[in-house]
Write a new protein. Sequence first.
Length: 130
Amino acid sequence: MTHGFPNWCYIGVSQNAFSLNMTSMFDEQAKHIAYIIGETVRRGAEVVEPTEEAQAEWVEHIHSLQTGGSGFLAQCTPGYYNNEGNSTESQFLGAYTPGLLRFVRLMEEWRATGELTGMHLEPHPVLRKR
């Protein structure tokens, strides 16, 4: 999810765990999205998005986990994965590098609190104006 794009959920590699088993990786992301949507509805809200602060903290966390790889990427033909040859600026898609199992555990721990920490919920924009 991205601040400024309420109710927009996506799955993929960027800022998520990367696994060669894409089905498993996407399944875990879908479970997390389903939880957020379910909790949003259960709480009577229709709009959900991360706060700017939570988003900034997560991006910083992702950047802090980036290790190695830039030497390898520097040797590659310029393209998508090495930021068109600027490998020192590339974050390998900003993936959660500790792996899928640690990512799953992190998401499970976040859900277990039941607090939707870092998320902003509000009623439907049209209904709110009445």
